[in-house]
Design a protein around this ligand. Structure first.
Ligand code: MN
Ligand code: MN
Length: 251
């Protein structure tokens, strides 16, 4: 039996040691290629991904990763990774980015981890077992009277801005999902059709285990897609009330 949490943390720590020192350094921004969805790959993305792939290859699991795409090993297990989510923040000195990894068995989620490098915070969840931050159970915050959400739009649904007390759009949806899970924010709405399964696989597992409701822009459940190129809209919120407010204002 593979201990997914140990595997995840080992990879996170190696990336932390070898790649995070590039934080805020010009060199980290160097463009070294393009990923399967056509975005530029930065040097720090590449270095982080190489570490993750080397480690995961030892386990012979299938890999879906943001920069390289799919590596099929005909295993029943698949790791869906984003070696650094929030690369722009990383390269430009904004301290909000993370490592994201989720494991699936026969396409069903088993475990997800978000590692917040600069604060050394481990957010994790085994499916049906609750969500944890550094070993302590976390839950979404359902008691708030005025909402704080992260809202990504290209112009659609701007009505929502008038109905929400605080908009905080932080630049790493993976880490924002972890912040939703621990109750720091109330929701994330991304309707740019921009987010890939690699960005949110681990965050979905953690947020759901912490009590979040996750769906698409029509309120329909989202199923995990194990690829690096789909572009999706999603809503993740702490309550039915907030979900109703969001859905009625982004039509
Ligand atoms: Mn990403
Ligand atoms: Mn990335």
């Amino acid at each position: 039996m593979i201990e997914w949490d140990k595997v995840a943390l080992d990879i996170a720590r190696e990336i932390e040691k070898k790649v995070v020192p590039l934080f805020e350094k010009k060199e980290s921004k160097k463009i070294v290629g393009r990923n399967p969805s056509g975005d530029e790959t930065k040097l720090m993305d590449k270095k982080a991904e190489e570490i993750a792939i080397r480690r995961l290859s030892e386990l012979d699991v299938n890999i879906v990763s943001e920069e390289i795409g799919n590596i099929n090993k005909n295993s029943k297990y698949t790791a869906v990774i984003d070696p650094v989510d929030g690369s722009f923040n990383f390269a430009n000195g904004i301290p909000f980015f993370c490592f994201s990894i989720a494991f699936f068995e026969d396409k069903k989620p088993i475990y997800g981890m978000i590692y917040e490098f600069l604060r050394k915070n481990v957010y994790e969840a085994y499916v049906k077992n609750g969500a944890y931050l550094n070993g302590k159970k976390i839950k979404v915050n359902k008691r708030r009277k005025s909402y704080t959400i992260s809202f990504y739009t290209l112009g659609k649904g701007l009505n929502l801005v008038k109905k929400i007390r605080r908009i905080r759009t932080l630049g790493s949806v993976a880490l924002e999902l972890a912040y939703l899970a621990k109750g720091s924010i109330d929701g994330i709405v991304d309707i740019r059709r921009h987010i890939r399964p690699t960005d949110i696989a681990a965050g979905f597992i953690i947020a759901e285990e912490a009590g979040a409701i996750i769906c698409d822009e029509k309120g329909k459940k989202i199923w995990y897609q194990l690829n690096a190129t789909d572009r999706i809209n999603f809503i993740a919120v702490n309550s039915e009330d907030l979900l109703r407010l969001v859905l009625s204002n982004i039509k």
